[in-house]
Ligand binder design. Structure first.
Ligand code: KG4
Ligand code: ZN
Length: 330
């Protein structure tokens, strides 16, 4: 079966072609350079660029996969959560193709897509496993079992990547903030500032990063013209990683699961990867980190989630609407 995946929920325009579980192509066009000058993603601009680029990316994905449109058997598309204008571009394009070729449309939840990215990277992966999903828009701990995904915890305010981006702005670093903070942290002291670890010891698996960000802001304001940027960045990064990993490992332990998967753009952070691996080794957990190509937003993961849905007989109607705040189990 040939499945076409379409992802346009934020600032990546992506189209992928899968033959069953095999990725034949996965084209991703990132709009980062366009949004950089605004210091963040501008929704209206994102939607316009999806509109401009999607037909081109679609042709490229078919070409690289060596197929023609007529060979597509089903279309999987992200219908939420995400930016409404951006989602509508992908969804409308997908509906057009479904009508043109008379093939089924499968709406996919973007977060569930991130979970299915693991099946691309690790075809032998079997549930149960715990997922730490950390990106610019999401921070969640998921428990994945056969045919069931449960949200164990999530951020009550900022997403982890969002906190990186906001702190980078406070420190006068560029956008996106995560890579900038990581880079400068390499020459900073992670123990110089003892920033708060919000909700570290709370009984739930939720996160909060807004207080941590404010604490960085106050520290920077107090130090005025003499800000040790590298030390602040390194100490902030350490605080975020501490909370993310402590809670994830706690979730794994309390649920009797020994497999932990990291997913989402923040997983590009080498300190996070390295700490996760060393903690895994120490406490005997298997740590799986998909290649970055499948951690950040991409259409292959959407097509993979769609493939599993279609095997389950789950097909969407052409009336499917974009849902910006779509929840996991809705
Ligand atoms: O998954 P992603 O590419 O897009 C979505 O938000 O869905 O994640 C982007 C986020 C941004 O907030 C960015 O600052 C963060 O991931 N990020 C990082 C790193 N690279 C990207 N955060 C920390 N360290 C990094 N190296
Ligand atoms: Zn994402």
């Amino acid at each position: 079966m040939i499945i076409l995946g379409i992802e346009t929920s934020c600032d990546e325009t992506s189209v992928a072609v899968l033959e069953n579980e095999k990725v034949l192509s996965n084209i991703v066009f990132s709009q980062i350079t366009i949004h950089k000058k605004f210091g963040g993603v501008v929704p209206e601009v994102a939607a316009r660029h999806h509109l401009l680029n999607l037909p081109i990316i679609y042709e490229k994905a078919l070409e690289e996969a060596g197929i023609s449109g007529k060979q597509i058997n089903a279309i999987a598309v992200t219908y939420g959560p995400g930016l409404i204008g951006a989602l509508l571009v992908g969804l409308s394009f997908a509906k057009g193709l479904a009508l043109r070729y008379g093939i089924p449309l499968i709406g996919v939840n973007h977060i569930i897509g991130h979970v299915y990215a693991n099946y691309i990277a690790y075809p032998d992966l079997k549930p149960p496993f715990i997922v730490l999903m950390v990106s610019g828009g999401h921070t969640e701990i998921l428990k994945v079992e056969e045919n069931k995904i449960e949200v164990l915890g999530k951020t009550v305010d900022d997403a982890a990547g969002e906190a990186f981006d906001k702190v980078a702005r406070i420190l006068g670093l560029g956008y996106p903030g995560g890579p900038e903070i990581e880079k400068i942290s390499k020459v900073g002291d992670p123990n110089k500032f003892n920033f708060p670890r919000p909700m570290l010891n709370s009984k739930d698996y939720n996160f909060s990063f807004s207080g941590l960000k404010t604490s960085v802001l106050y520290t920077a304001q107090e130090l005025k013209n003499n800000i040790p940027i590298a030390d602040i960045a390194a100490s902030f990064q350490e605080a975020v990683i501490d909370v993310l990993l402590k809670k994830t490992f706690k979730a794994a332990r309390n649920n009797g699961i020994n497999k932990i998967v990291l997913a989402g753009g923040v997983v590009a952070n080498s300190r996070l990867r390295q700490k996760a691996k060393s903690l895994g080794k120490k406490y005997n957990y298997e740590i799986l980190i998909p290649p970055l190509e499948f951690c950040t937003d991409n259409a292959a993961m959407i097509a993979m989630a769609g493939y599993y849905k279609i095997l389950n007989g789950e097909i969407s109607s052409l009336e499917l609407e974009a849902v910006p705040n779509l929840k996991i189990n809705s």
